[in-house]
Design a protein around this ligand. Structure first.
Ligand code: PMP
Length: 446
């Protein structure tokens, strides 16, 4: 396309300049899916069609869309004070928000560091782990252990501990050194169509002991896992697995980091997955639903031990030389406070729990449709896995996603897995609608 020549097929937009993230740009631009407004459980696309949001945007909008409480808080804050420097200066909302967040976080994780995204939360958490060990006189502890299929954002730290091949391949020479990966816990042979935590696979946690024997505990800083992997296709921890990781890490003085960028703020029926599965890590990363996706914001929750050790770092050692221009941004903080108030007033985390069994029955009703090889669920999240088509891995998943969208339901495809993660305000009728739409797409795509 000529530079600055609008493509009239695309609603008069010149689409050539915007390089879209994680999108097959050429394919998208030939047949774009464009959203222009949102209210409650629905988006409206550029042609005026209503699209049921079965994904809470990208796992962000847990309170549903168009919440006036949030937009009013945002516009008031921009009016009162648009920005305040985040270094050496403070503003009350960031402190108020940290206080509120730490009323929700697991006991003992009573400190929070603000970031602007999940990727930044992860890289911050990794750096904090190193800072803690150094302040604690154990500066040989520098290795990290992630997990296959783990997604921890796109910073160099995050892709290094992450375990998704496509995110790493192009950058393989530049990844952080000293990283190992535990095996992933997806096991369709033994766990297909199980509900909530799958019964088989706790023994995969024992590989951690092998890695510790190989490298020496004194060289390992932290283990990082998503308690439930979202981006790789809703992979649940086998029963007892997270508790076993906690026991092993604790025994060896290794920090445990839970990446809860997807699971925090009610997705699995509690504020945090750590609470749902009763395992408390040393650090939790969060973002997304912290403020309903309204403004970029992330947070890292830190144990009192890590926090206090860094604060009391030996003379001459800086407590934590790290931060962002927009850490604790006043407008983001205002949006998060308004969001947390909605979660509390409407008891949305409890609502997710109360709808779980209905949602579970609904997603498992897809069993038996063509090419469905596994269905997984917990809280208000479900994953439906398909066998790949002969056209290639991911083609069937993409086809189903596209069909659903064109017929009025937004689902999320990762490879040949479709994930559902509706806003927590979802009604049973919406659940029926999203599952019916998916069933139609599965049959149509074949
Ligand atoms: N960690 C996890 C577990 C995630 O799911 C994501 C995003 N889906 C991230 C980190 C990265 O977040 P962001 O895209 O906000 O950088």
């Amino acid at each position: 396309m000529e530079k600055n020549q609008p493509n009239t097929a695309n609603h008069g937009l010149n689409m050539s300049h915007y390089w879209m993230p994680f999108t097959a740009n050429k394919q998208f631009k030939t047949s774009p899916r464009m959203l222009v407004s949102a209210e409650g459980m629905h988006y409206t696309d550029i042609d005026g069609n209503s699209v049921l949001d079965a994904t809470a945007g990208l796992w962000c909008c847990n309170a549903g869309h168009g919440r006036s409480e949030i937009s009013e808080a945002v516009s008031k804050q921009i009016h009162d004070m648009d920005y305040a420097p985040s270094f050496q200066l403070g503003h009350p909302l960031a402190f108020e928000l940290a206080d509120k967040l730490c009323q929700l976080s697991p006991a003992g994780l009573d400190h929070v560091f603000f970031t602007n995204s999940g990727s930044e939360s992860v890289d911050t958490a990794l750096k904090m782990a190193l800072a803690y060990h150094r302040a604690n006189g154990q500066s040989t502890r520098t290795r990290f252990i992630g997990r296959e299929l783990g997604y921890h954002g796109v910073g160099f730290g995050g892709i290094s501990v992450g375990g998704i091949g496509n995110n790493r391949k192009t950058f393989s020479q530049q990844l952080l050194q000293g990283i190992d990966h535990l095996p992933h816990t997806l096991d369709i042979t033994n766990n297909a169509f199980s509900r909530d935590l799958p019964p088989h696979g706790i023994e995969k946690a024992e590989i951690l002991e092998q890695l510790i024997t190989l490298h020496g505990a004194e060289n390992i800083a932290a283990v990082i896992v998503e308690p439930m992997s979202g981006s790789a296709g809703v992979i649940l921890p086998p029963a007892g697995y997270l508790a076993r990781l906690r026991e092993i890490t604790q025994k060896h003085g290794i920090l445990l980091i839970f990446d809860e960028v997807i699971t925090a703020f009610g997705r699995v029926g509690e504020a945090f997955a750590s609470q749902r599965w009763n395992v408390t890590p040393d650090i939790i990363t969060a973002a997304k639903a912290i403020n309903n996706g309204a403004i970029p914001m992330g947070a890292v929750f830190v144990s009192n031990t890590i926090h206090d050790t860094c604060m009391d770092a030996p003379e001459g050692m800086i407590e934590f030389f790290h931060g962002y221009t927009y850490s604790g941004h006043p407008v983001a903080a205002a949006s998060a406070l308004a969001t947390l108030a909605i979660y509390e007033n409407e008891q949305l985390f409890a609502r997710a729990k109360s709808l779980e069994s209905y949602f579970e029955q609904a997603v498992h009703s897809l069993k038996g449709l063509p090419n469905v090889i596994d269905i997984r669920n917990t809280g208000l999240v479900g994953g439906i896995q398909f066998s790949p088509s002969d056209k290639g891995v991911g083609k069937r998943g993409y086809g189903i996603f596209d069909h659903c969208f064109r017929h009025g339901t937004l689902v999320r495809a990762t490879g040949d897995i479709i994930a559902l993660s509706p806003p927590l305000i979802v009604e049973k009728s919406h659940i029926d609608q999203m599952v019916n739409s998916l069933a139609d797409a599965i049959v149509a795509v074949g």
